[in-house]
Design a protein around this ligand. Structure first.
Ligand code: 6GU
Length: 241
């Protein structure tokens, strides 16, 4: 997969895209990454990318011409990139979105700054994504969130030390439950122990405990997920307690 970004702060991306699992996947050729500077598609001395809104109001907007020219130029270098604009007015990003995006050969992540973009720029968007109901100073962090969630789904990206298999039934928020609680050594930390069942070696009991624990945690922290979690009648009664 090829991932490209277009923004006025291209230097924000490199540390994230070259560290840890993303960095290893990139060096292994599982994905390619390039960050473009929107100012490279301006034609004035000040490399202007923003302007005042028609009709008045606070703040500045991203101009349409540099965005349009940049996206056209970038797209002309190969197959059409699936083009995503980041805005708090976009569709909420979920694990399902990440799975869908991971199937593309080329994605272009377009990051706004300031108070938004000239509406005509969105004609170049295949979709608009928001990462949640809060306001960031720009789309770059949102683009990195999406890139991280997508890359870890690419075949080979996680290597041996992790896997995606658990997520379909328990780890995945959305269509699932929150992950169950986990413990590692020591068995006693400042008087706080570990549930006995996890030390018992009885795998059936461990599985049952984890399922119940996932339901309890979801009831407590994300009650909105219980409805769509596909609980059995017995589990639903347990969840009601
Ligand atoms: Cl995609 N952009 C900005 N600026 N703020 C956000 C966001 C995106 N998603 C949530 N808040």
């Amino acid at each position: 997969m090829r991932i490209e970004t277009l923004s006025v702060f291209p230097e924000m991306f490199e540390p994230v895209m070259s560290t840890s699992i993303l960095g290893r996947a990139r060096r292994a050729g599982i994905f390619e990454f390039e960050a473009y500077n929107l100012r490279d598609w301006t034609h004035d001395r000040h490399r202007t990318v923003d302007d005042e809104p028609y009709g008045g109001g606070q703040g500045m907007l991203m101009k349409v011409e540099p965005l349009a020219e940049a996206i056209e130029d970038i797209a002309s270098t190969g197959p059409h990139p699936h083009t995503i604009f980041f805005t708090p007015c976009g569709e909420p990003f979920t694990q399902r979105t990440a799975e869908r995006l991971a199937a593309h050969d080329r994605i272009l992540l377009v990051c706004g700054r300031y108070e938004g973009m000239d509406e005509r720029a969105y004609d170049y968007a295949d979709e608009r994504i928001s990462i949640g109901d809060y306001v960031l100073t720009g789309g770059e962090l949102a683009a990195m969130v999406v890139a991280d969630a997508v890359v870890r789904l690419l075949p080979g990206a996680l290597g041996d030390e992790m896997s995606n298999v658990d997520e379909s039934f328990s780890g995945g928020v959305e269509g699932g439950l929150l992950e169950y609680a986990q413990y590692t050594r020591p068995a006693d930390f400042r008087g706080k122990g570990v549930p006995d069942v996890l030390l018992s070696g009885d795998h059936a009991k461990v599985d049952a405990w984890r399922r119940a624990n996932a339901i309890e945690r979801t009831c407590r922290w994300r009650p909105d997920l219980i409805e769509g979690a596909g609980l059995t009648d017995k589990e639903r009664a347990f969840a009601q307690e």
